[in-house]
Ligand binder design. Structure first.
Ligand SMILES: N[C@@H](CCC(=O)N[C@@H](CS)C(=O)NCC(=O)O)C(=O)O
Length: 369
């Protein structure tokens, strides 16, 4: 397939304040893939998604030949594999491995924090629930105030208080965000993107939490303005970047200032994925996770995130022997090695997600499945 086959734009169905729709848009912009963002109101969107790809989630991409796709991670890998031109997946297999690790962390860990800042604070909840009522629920004949209450409850029960956040741990969730900002600001003081002056899949991953959430919702936006203004530069630099016009290459190796991010992944994220594996094995739909200052009470289990862990392992297994040795050394240095392999026999369902990006088996979190 060539870029010229996309003379007819790709359709991107999703809300324009959605985390993963924003991630996909950043990818299309950076790669200059023509697309048209569209909204299909509920309940039609949910019904159509289930028919076309098996589950309902945002965004959906419809190719010019009529095929429907889902899951940003696998869709991006599909486009990278099928289109010519410069890639956002680094050519150096070691960098590519660590860029995929950052993408996964951005997709799966920062979701809860993004939902917290949007839905916990009345200011964010008013803005987002009004927007979504008008954008997605336009064909439902109920007053706006009722739709707003419905949406706010749904999102809190599904993704904030319903996914491990309590009065007692709000501060640690927010401190974790401040720490991320500090680390990112430090990086973007020195260069435009995570691996150099050229965007990678890791930047696209982080556009999920930042583009339509942290840099849009009133409470986190003000925090970023005050504490990490360079992060705002990065958000707009990514949105405006056009890979075909960028001659810079990635830096050589793994830049030192990414180390604090990988240490966080090793200390918190991978152990969290392992606790999720335990919960899925025991068929516990809710579980507690406590590690250092991080504490989640009744976090929602995720069959999808078991597969995410498997994908990370596959990225490692697919390396050459020489690169495996080098990646292992780095993973040990970042305290990621042991938790990456902690669990034997991942509790995946038969053929789970094998048909992505054209058919999905599980939602990220099993809300209203
Ligand atoms: N892994 C999926 C996650 C997509 C996802 O969870 N999208 C959210 C909106 S940003 C969603 O549709 N959630 C479904 C729901 O709330 O029921 C991807 O990368 O596309």
């Amino acid at each position: 397939m060539t870029n010229s086959e996309f003379t007819k734009p790709i359709l991107l169905y999703g809300s324009n304040i959605s985390y993963f729709t924003g991630k996909m848009e950043n990818y299309f912009k950076v790669k200059e893939i023509p697309y048209k963002q569209m909204v299909l109101a509920y309940p039609k969107f949910e019904k159509t998604m289930k028919e076309k790809v098996g589950i309902h989630q945002m965004p959906a991409v419809v190719l010019p030949d009529g095929r429907w796709m889902t899951d940003t991670t696998k869709m991006i890998q599909w486009f990278e594999g099928n289109l010519p031109g410069k890639k956002i997946i680094p050519g150096d297999p070691i960098q590519a491995f660590f860029a995929f690790l950052l993408e996964d962390w951005a997709d799966e860990w920062w979701w809860r924090t993004a939902m917290h800042f949007r839905w916990h604070y009345a200011e964010g909840a008013h803005f987002a629930s009004r927007h979504l009522s008008e954008e997605l629920l336009s064909s439902i004949r109920l007053p706006i105030w009722m739709k707003k209450i419905f949406l706010t409850r749904r999102q809190r029960n599904g993704y904030t208080t319903g996914d491990g956040i309590t009065k007692e741990n709000i501060k640690t969730v927010e401190d974790n965000f401040l720490n991320l900002l500090k680390n990112l600001n430090n990086i973007f003081e020195k260069r435009s993107f995570l691996f150099g002056n050229r965007p990678s899949i890791a930047d696209i991953g982080f556009s999920g939490p930042f583009f339509r959430h942290f840099a849009l919702d009133p409470v986190p936006l003000e925090i970023i303005r005050q504490k990490a203004p360079k992060v705002l530069n990065w958000v707009s630099a990514l949105w405006n970047a056009r890979l075909s016009k960028i001659d810079d290459d990635f830096e050589v190796g793994i830049p030192n200032d990414l180390e604090p991010l990988f240490l966080e992944i090793g200390k918190i994220y991978l152990p969290y994925l392992s606790s999720n594996v335990d919960a899925v094995k025991q068929n516990k739909t809710k579980f507690d996770f406590k590690l250092g200052n991080t504490y989640l009470k009744n976090a929602r289990y995720s069959q999808y995130r078991v597969w995410c862990l498997k994908e990370l392992r596959n990225h490692f297994q697919n390396l050459s022997e020489k690169h495996k040795v080098q990646v292992e050394i780095l993973l040990k240095k970042f305290e990621c090695w042991e938790p990456l392999w902690r669990d034997d026999n991942l509790p995946l369902s038969d053929f789970q997600e094998n048909e992505l990006p054209f058919k999905a088996d599980r939602k990220m979190l099993g809300v209203n499945e």
